[in-house]
Design a protein around this ligand. Sequence first.
Ligand code: GPP
Length: 604
Amino acid sequence: MSTSLPVCCHQIAYPHKNYSPTFIPSHQSVHHKIECQSITSQPVDSSQHAVPYIKRPDINFRPSIWGDFFLQYDSDSESTDINDVKQQEQMLKEVKHIFLSSKNDMRQQLNLIDSLQRLGISYHFESEIEEALEQIYKIFTNNKNMSTKENGLHFLALAFRLVRQKGQHISSEIFEEFKSNKKNFDEKISKDVQGIWSLYEAAQLRINGEVILDEALDFTYTHLNSLIITNDQLISPFLVTQIRRCLETPLHKGVRRLETMFYISSLSEEPSHNKVLLNFAKLDFNKMQKMYQKELGSITKWWKKTDIETKVPYARDRVVEAYFWQLVLSYEPRNSTARKLGTKLTKCVSILDDTYDAFATVEELELFTHAIQRWDISLIQSLPESMKVVFNTILELWGEYERTIVENRKSTLLLEYIKEDFYKLAKSYLVEAKWCNEGYIPTYDEYKANGIKSSAFPLLLLSFVGLGEFSNKELLDWIFSNPKIISATSTIAKIADDIASHKFEQQRVHVASSVECCMNQYDMSQQEAYKLIFKDIENYWMIMNEECLNLDSIPNPVLETIINFARGCGFMYVDYADKYTNAELLKDYIVKLILDPISIEKCG
Ligand SMILES: CC(C)=CCC/C(C)=C/COP(=O)(O)OP(=O)(O)O
């Protein structure tokens, strides 16, 4: 049964104005100085401090499409049906039994691990999978005979991908044997559709300089694509569906929950699928939806209480969309607290971004940034009420972090780092506001260096990891030191977002995006700039892949969270659109992921 949505969710009626295309943020206005000079007889704000009259932009983002819809799920009570729990426990046992029975058959075990991961239920079997992949890695490294053609392309590529995903290095040379005369990939292997599909997915984990995987990617993409174009009737419908999907979003780059949703819905097309596995995955998916609904219920309650909607009218009201970002970072039950606080943090970042980007003057922002540095709201008495509300919301959230950290016995270092990262973020926003105000177009590298901070990812990651099971001083220090892998992910976020939103943002006066920086620096067209940036994104993916193999001391789930953010960017900012700001583009995904349960009878 599908959850019935409020009218506001089904019929998106936007009462008014979108961004006015002609609006000029006040700190960017050429008339700004004149307006500031003629301030004397202008209004005084409610805080009784004289506030100079400044013409603020006539800016209105579309309202939330969710309103208080999720409030209905806010509850402290556990409403789990005892029969459901028993059924899940029973099925978990059965799946475990299936996994253990595959122990002596490496091929079967690899296929099972792949299925468990795709179905989103591998988190129930972490130690078993870890152990199995460790064994497989040893076999690969100790026994050179493993890398022979007899093992089959599908098997080798799957093993390669699963082991690398776990952070261990298997040489890509194992694919040399699938080349003819050591040159190009042998055209004959294109008949092995499952094999080239697996090789395509494996090649996504390539690192810089792995020419054989660059070639594999070209080769497999070309053949898989032509299979789809020619509508080859010999391929099973299940495989066709998988190929279509991976050409659009390779598994390695897909948002985990979305990939799971897709796989669950397509697996019943496969005649020999394991029904126990599929039904368990469906039950688990539906169970998690209830958890997400509850999380969103309590977040919505918080949001309503802040009343940002009325007190900071220029800011985007995107709570559910902010929650989606957290779901992208991790869908697992153990990260519930991190998701909830992380959503509130994302909202704070978002209203801060709107304050710098679309509301305040440079002078106001300088004062505001200084107050954040000192972590002292008394320093902004002269600023507009809305800016005080923004700061106060951040301070109150910080207080909630303090309480949560004590309750959950997490490292208190997180509190200091959050403060410092907020300052770094504000400083980077100020840099962009000044560039904009001065009409300065930085070089692409200069822009990216600042963009690592203004992406806000370092702060969001600190929060997520700091509240998670691996939280400790060394790990927080490592994140705060902004290592290569975090810079790579943050840069992807910044430049992918720019590609998605630059046309829209450049309708108004806005800081030059990476697109304009490239066009200006390299004297190129917009299309050429897109091309360069897309190539750059690919390059950062290879850096992330390589760092995952290098960073032995960082727990795998932490690395996975970092990669997940880049996966999220690939989804949120695809097709030149920003799904966070344009929330209607995200609505159907939220309905499917969080609200509509999967029918077990129909698909099982
Ligand atoms: C996942 C994160 C970081 C979410 C927080 C919300 C946010 C600031 C999004 C970027 O907005 P934007 O597209 O307006 O960014 P910019 O100001 O860089 O153009």
